[in-house]
Design a binder for this molecule. Structure first.
Ligand code: PEP
Ligand code: MG
Length: 591
């Protein structure tokens, strides 16, 4: 039901993806699991109520068994947690006590289950053994699964939405976001998430406005409320007045007209006033996005995040399937580089069939660490990349490198993949440039040593800032610390670019910092040769480069490096370049 009072409410969150949309709200959370009804059961109906509970448990059990059976043999060990859940479903503590509670207190099954969970969860939580403490989570998980069958609540599949709406969710995972149907979903708003979360990044690539980190929006907005999502300003307006609607419409039209204007200049080279040509490339998650990069004048693909082909499915893709995807991308970018990054799963991009629960996933078995422990999975991907490289200009990029040994081992496996393709008589490219993401502080510090081992660096500021500042990039409470111009981050960037220059290897940037107009002078002054940004920012970044002068930018960086706070740096950046780059047109979006 829409809001009755129809009062205009404005909420400020984090702008996840720029642009404005106006439409009806559509809540996608598991309604019913959080809101539990309570009612009395009369004596004559107690048996039926207990039976209703048993049926829900049976359905939950069948559901779990189906997931376990669908898990491929080689990944069975990952399904262990689900086996634990299956056992818990029938556990005396949960199952037996819920039935007893229905009987004794003559209350409905949902309420009884909730009561039992609330009683046993603290028992687990207070246990000394961390393994047993973790079982508290499992109890909640299992009870949610039963509750879903009791209340008939369903997790709405966002693919099945049949009207044009704005999604409202507690959280959307990167995999869910990549499934969004653009004909139906105009934008989205979530309780959780931050600006450099993968969910934001995908929203920017899909070019749909998004506001994240609103904390309680799912309990404020009702289905069918009219809302405005202003991803540029990070604002959501519920039940806007006629004046607000008219004012928003005109801002929306101006924004779209400006974008159309930029698109025309995108295909020209980005040459600084003193003649340096900088390449501006696009970041993509799926092969379908290559066209967006091409249409906006991208000079190639600077980052192809391949992990999305591993999500929203039940098992690993095979070599043939991967090869077809990669070849499609390469062929859509003739004569231009395509940088294929090897699998960066886990962290906030967990894949159900490949991931085990981790206490600190962002510090866990992510990306290259995972691939080196699962050489078969890695090998399949490497072979597919080498085969696709036969059709164009492919560069290989290794994510999350934190020490030199990982590069050596990855290169050894790459040589093995080449040999095996040769033996199998399959067409492939024998030698391709191999680069590493510099996104972990240890790699940044060791950049001068790593530079001797590889062909290029690509700086991933999203993670580099996260790990340098020790802040979760998805957590809005520490978002104030997430600054690309923190002096510590700038010093690391300088060390990376100096190391690359010393060993004469190119250094690129594919983190979100590269897509912020106001930081372009810093990146130019540090010696970056190539920036890779979300497709819609390509023309804007190119325009900004055309206004700059390399020599001035270098001197400016020297000045910045003498500052000791982000605030002073921000002030210097704004007072030197603010007017030139921001003056209305160039401001990509507000922070
Ligand atoms: C980065 O960390 O800056 C990066 C580009 O990689 P991702 O956002 O996929 O972690
Ligand atoms: Mg990263």
């Amino acid at each position: 039901m829409p809001h009755k009072e129809n009062k205009e409410i404005t909420l400020k969150g984090i702008g996840g993806s720029p642009g404005i949309c106006i439409g009806k709200a559509y809540l996608v959370d598991k309604q019913g699991v959080d809101v539990v009804p309570k009612y009395t059961i009369f004596n004559g109906d107690l048996e039926t109520e207990k039976k209703r509970f048993k049926v829900a448990v049976k359905k939950a059990l069948d559901e779990l068994h189906k997931i376990i059976i669908d898990t491929p043999e080689e990944l069975r060990e990952n399904a262990q947690i689900l086996e634990t859940h299956a056992v818990l479903l029938k556990d005396k503590m949960l199952y037996g006590r819920t039935i007893e509670t229905i009987d004794r207190e003559r209350i409905n099954a949902e309420w009884a289950l909730r009561k039992v969970v609330l009683a046993i969860k603290p028992l687990f939580e207070s246990m000394g053994d961390s393994y047993l403490r973790d079982r508290a989570e499992d109890v909640v998980n299992v009870s949610d699964r039963i509750m879903k069958h009791l209340t008939g609540a369903q997790v709405i599949n966002i693919n099945n939405i049949d009207k044009r709406v704005i999604l409202i969710a507690k959280e959307l995972s990167p995999a869910e976001t990549s499934q969004i149907n653009l004909d139906r979903v105009m934008g989205f708003v979530t309780d959780r998430g931050g600006r450099s979360s993968h969910t934001s990044i995908i929203a920017r690539t899909l070019e749909i406005p998004a506001v994240l980190g609103l904390e309680k929006i799912t309990s404020i907005i009702h289905n069918d409320d009219i809302i405005i999502v202003d991803g540029t300003a990070g604002v959501v307006v519920i039940n806007p007045s006629d004046e607000t609607l008219a004012e928003t419409e005109s801002r929306k039209n101006a924004y779209e007209a400006r974008r159309a204007l930029y698109a025309r200049s995108g295909h020209l080279p980005a040459t600084t006033k003193d003649g340096l040509i900088m390449a501006v490339m696009g970041n993509i998650e799926l092969p379908e996005e290559v066209v967006a990069v091409r249409d906006r004048g991208g000079d190639g693909i600077g980052l192809y995040r391949t992990e999305f082909q591993y999500m929203a499915r039940k098992s690993f893709p095979g070599e043939e399937e991967l090869f077809e995807h990669y070849r499609e991308v390469v062929e859509l970018m003739p004569d231009k580089p395509v940088t294929i990054r090897t699998l960066d799963i886990n962290g906030d991009k967990a894949v159900a069939y490949a991931s085990e629960p981790e206490e600190n996933p962002v510090l866990g078995l992510r990306a290259i660490r995972y691939c080196l422990q699962k050489p078969k999975v890695f090998m399949t991907q490497l072979r597919a990349i080498l085969r696709a490289a036969h059709f164009g200009q492919v560069r290989l990029l290794l994510p999350m490198i934190s020490r030199i040994e990982e590069i050596i081992e990855a290169k050894r496996l790459l040589a093995e993949a080449t040999d095996s393709l040769k033996k199998d008589g399959i067409a492939h490219q024998k030698k391709i440039p191999v680069g590493v993401m510099i996104e972990v502080p240890s790699a940044a510090i060791m950049a001068d040593t790593l530079a001797k081992e590889i062909d290029f660096f690509s700086i991933g500021t999203n993670d580099l800032i996260q790990y340098t500042m020790a802040i979760d990039r998805n957590n809005r409470h520490v978002a104030y610390l997430y600054s690309p111009i923190n002096p510590a981050v700038l010093r690391l960037l300088k060390h990376i670019t100096d190391s690359a220059a010393r060993y004469d290897i190119p250094v690129f940037m594919c983190g979100e910092m590269a897509g912020e107009v106001i930081y372009v002078p810093i990146l130019l002054g540090m010696g970056l040769k190539e920036l890779s940004v979300n497709p819609q920012s390509i023309p804007i970044i190119k325009d900004a480069i055309r206004l700059l002068n390399l020599d001035q930018a270098k001197k400016f960086v020297e000045k910045l490096l003498k500052q000791n706070t982000a605030e002073k740096i921000e002030h210097l950046v704004q007072s030197t370049y603010g007017e030139l780059l921001n003056n209305g047109n160039f401001k990509t979006w507000e922070r």
